[in-house]
Design a protein around this ligand. Sequence first.
Ligand code: SF4
Length: 119
Amino acid sequence: MTAPVRLCTKPEFDPELWFADPGTRERALAIRTCAACPFRYECAEQAMTEEFGVFGGIPPEAIDRAASIRKMRARERKAHLAAQRAEIVALTADGMSKAEIAAKLGVSDTTVARIRRAA
Ligand code: SF4
């Protein structure tokens, strides 16, 4: 298995992109690139006190980097739970048992049961 790549270190990207002025096309590209980076959480957390530069997709003018990180995590968790819920519903419709679904998705029987009840 290869280690994930920090997208901002790829040769096709100018490192200055992450320090572009607010409102510029370059700043927007840096933010979009970070959104696809496998290091975005660690990067954002390590840069909590940075005054300059986009880290983890969060620009320095964000009033509260910590709040931005929490929002980013909450959005991704919500999307993950919605996908998991849809998969449990689909596997249930396919006739899989609670235990089979739990094993396949790596979740507990209780989680499967809770989502089935709510569906
Ligand atoms: S999240 Fe961090 S490591 Fe990844 S592209 Fe953005 S600045 Fe680079």
